[in-house]
Structure formats: C-alpha cells, structure tokens
Design a protein around this ligand. Sequence first.
Ligand SMILES: Cc1cc2nc3c(=O)[nH]c(=O)nc-3n(C[C@H](O)[C@H](O)[C@H](O)COP(=O)(O)OP(=O)(O)OC[C@H]3O[C@@H](n4cnc5c(N)ncnc54)[C@H](O)[C@@H]3O)c2cc1C
Length: 456
Amino acid sequence: MNKKKIFNKLQEIVGKDYVSDDQEELFIYSMDPGASEPRSVDFVAMPESVEQVQNIVRLANEEKIPIIPMGGGLTLSGLVIPVNSGIVLDMKRMNKILEIDETNRYAKIEAGVSAGKLFSYLEKNYPNLEVSIPDAPPSVTIAGNTLIHGSGFLSQKYGNHGDMLNGLEVVLPNGEVCRMGSCAVSDHWFTRGPIPDFIGLFTSSFGTMGVATKLSIKLYPKPKMRDLVFGIYKEPELSTQLIWNVTQTELAEDILLGVQGKPDWMAGYVFIITYITGKNQDELDKKEKKLKRIYRKNGARYMKAPPRIREVFLEKPQFAAKAADFRKGGGFEYVGSFFPLSQAPEAIKRGIEISEKYGIIPTLGARVIDRAHNVMVFFSYSFNRADSEDMQNARNALHDTNVMSLELGGIPWKGELGAQQLILERMDPNYKYLLETIRNQLDPHGIMNPGNWEVK
Ligand SMILES: Cc1cc2nc3c(=O)[nH]c(=O)nc-3n(C[C@H](O)[C@H](O)[C@H](O)COP(=O)(O)OP(=O)(O)OC[C@H]3O[C@@H](n4cnc5c(N)ncnc54)[C@H](O)[C@@H]3O)c2cc1C
C-alpha cells in the first residue's frame, strides 16, 4: 500500500484540514471508551458530501484499503476501531437537518447529525413533535444509533430505533448511491414499504454493507406532561408478570428496570420506572393510581421517587453514565442483549452473579421494547483503564455475559468481535451463507469494516 499516495488523494477529496495521519490524532481513533484493546488506524477522513464519500469509497476499492464508518464512536464495543487498519470515515461534518416534514412526521437528516442536535432543534422549532433518542451522550449520531438497533425513551411505545427508520441513502461498497424505502420511488421519505425492504440489511451490520449518508426517522406527537412511577421489589422473577401487566394497560411510555449495588439503599432490589404522559395533572394522577395498584398486585412496592431520582430520570437524554460505577481511570463497557420477556429475569440474576464473580459492583437493568415484544437487558462493567488486569477482568465478564445471553435464548446487542463470533457459531448455516453471499457480492474487495461479522 502506498500510504503517501492514499494520503494525497484523500487530501484532494476532502481538503487538507479534514484528513489526518498524525499519530496523535489517530490515537483517538484507535480506541473507544470501552474495554477493547486499541488497534491501529492508517487515516481519518471527514467527508462533507455524498460525492466525497463516493470518491473515498472508490479510492478504497482501488487501493484495497478498509473503510470504517463512524458516527459518535460511542457504542463502547469497539465497532469503529479498525480490525485491519484503514480509513476511519468520521461522518460528523455531514450534520445537516435537511427537512422536517411536520405533516408526515419524519425528519430527513444527514448521517452525521447528532442525537443532541436533532432533539434540541425539534424542541425549539417543532414543540409538538419529538424523536426517540438513546440515553447516551448527546454527541452520538442518529445514524450510528438507528443502525445498531438502539433504543430510547419512546421504544416501549414505538419499537427500537432501527424500526423507526423510514428511509436510507447509502453509498454502496462500489461507490454508487442507493436509496431505500419510499424515497427509492417517491420524493417523500415516509415509509419502508411496500417494496422489498433492504434497509434491514444495513441495520446491525456495523458498517459492513455500505456508508449511510442520509436517513429519514419517524417523529412522534409530544405529550404535554410526563412523569414517572417508581417501584421496587426483591425478586427479579417478579419482573415478567409485572411488565406483562403494565404493558397490557397501554399506560406506559417507557419502562426501565434497574439493579444497582450503589447507593447502599438500592442494593438487593430491582427497581422499576414506568413513564406516563398526559394532558394535565389529573390524567397523570389517574394513571399513577392504576399503576400503583398493578405494582402492589405483582409484589412490587410503590415508592414516591426521591426528587433527585425524578430529576435524573426525567432528563432527556438521561445522563445514564451517572449510574455507572466509574472507578479511578474511568472506563466502562456497557453491553446489552435482546431477550424475550420470559428470559429477562434469569438474565438479570445471572448478570448480578457475573458482576459479583468478577468483583464489579452490579449495575444493570433493562428497557422494555415495543410492549415487551423484546427486552433489552444491559450490563455495565466498570474498570480502571490504567490497570490492564482490571480491563481484562471486565472483558472476561463481558464474555461470560455473551455466553449466558445466548444460552438463555437472547442475542448480544452491538456485539464486539468476540460476541459476533459467538453469534455466528450458533447461526443457522443458511443465514450465514446468505450473509456471506450478499456481502461478497456487494463488497468483492472486502473494504467495508472487515473483521466484523466475518464468516470464517
Ligand atoms: C453512557 C452511555 C449510555 C448509553 N445509552 C444508550 C441507550 O440508552 N440506548 C442506546 O441505544 N444506546 C446507548 N448507548 C450506546 C451508544 O452510545 C449509542 O447506541 C450510540 O447512539 C451509538 O451511536 P454512535 O454515533 O456513537 O455510533 P458509532 O459507534 O459511531 O457507530 C455504531 C455502528 O454503526 C456504524 N455506523 C455509524 N455511522 C454509520 C454510517 N454513516 N454508515 C454506515 N455505518 C455507520 C459504525 O461502523 C458502527 O458499526 C450508550 C452509551 C453510553 C456511553
């Protein structure tokens, strides 16, 4: 590989200020805040337009150099750290909100638009509409999040964020632009069907199928008021019936479960937070009353949420990192797995055991997705980044969690390389065949985030 030549070409494409091979700058892209080992990066390039992305993809094909599309880089599972070096394509300059279609309730945006930007733009300009964002730092991108089947405060009601994609524009691995969803046929980016739906090929494929450049995401009516109903219980087993009964009422906007070893008063309990919305206080009071009754009938104790807890949990996005047990050196790997509701309590119990086995203060929980058709159970393992043994400890906990998830019939979410291989080991051989065939067909030179979802 002629690095000098590639660098010069990248400069021609994006301009000299937006490409780098400086070791100091590449260092930042060689790792993420999770527990993955740093890996080497050749270049970082920041395109500003679809044409620039196309030219970079064409260059990568000519030079057989990998491309790793990156949004906020905050999945924590090493998904944007190159496996075989290459060009990290940092999408943050493509950050235009292109259209808010108020009547048809969608936002058409470039792939580098952050969750914080779209959320605050809507708050200011379209106070009747909102977008579901993850409880992640606001700098994460809507594209990065929807493309990993992320979830947020409207996911209980409307599904995971991958399901909220109405349309997608991608630069395919051959450099051609392809639009998917209604925008392949019409000027309105309002739906995925009724044509063969290929958007799914790009979700949770971790940048291996192409580079998303634009997308349309669903917007929803914004309620006037929002509150939460807090409860605690001892036995994780109670969760299944409790969640089933709460979702059966259709009262919940969002449902979160949590287990935290700290502060001390929370240790040994599972807490449930059901979010309710309404037009006025009276409506909220009625909903709260109903939910209190359900909590009690299902063995949970209703608690008036302490003001600090209300404040933290009503914030959008919640600063979820506050719940993590940051140790000196401040690292944490936050992973999750999708489970059927029936398996979620056992996953929580085993997650606590895994944390204890590795001497990590239990910090885990769950978000109910789409009326409990799916429960995303998350496990947070903190470590001291300056202590390599401690980091290995977190990785071992992570591995045990992935194995446990698959044993229980769940599927690790936004899985790091190890998790991807564990999933592939169990995957129906014909599904694997399909995956490999489509990928080889689309990307014969293997330039798109190679190493991820690698069928061996
Ligand atoms: C404190 C904390 C709390 C969190 N809470 C939540 C939560 O509540 N819900 C949730 O869902 N997640 C959560 N996360 C996880 C994660 O931060 C988010 O899911 C985040 O939105 C991922 O977006 P990103 O822009 O950082 O993606 P990235 O890490 O940049 O990318 C994710 C994947 O998408 C690919 N990708 C990115 N952009 C493109 C593109 N343009 N084209 C093709 N592929 C692309 C990348 O290659 C990578 O494989 C949390 C993380 C932290 C640190």
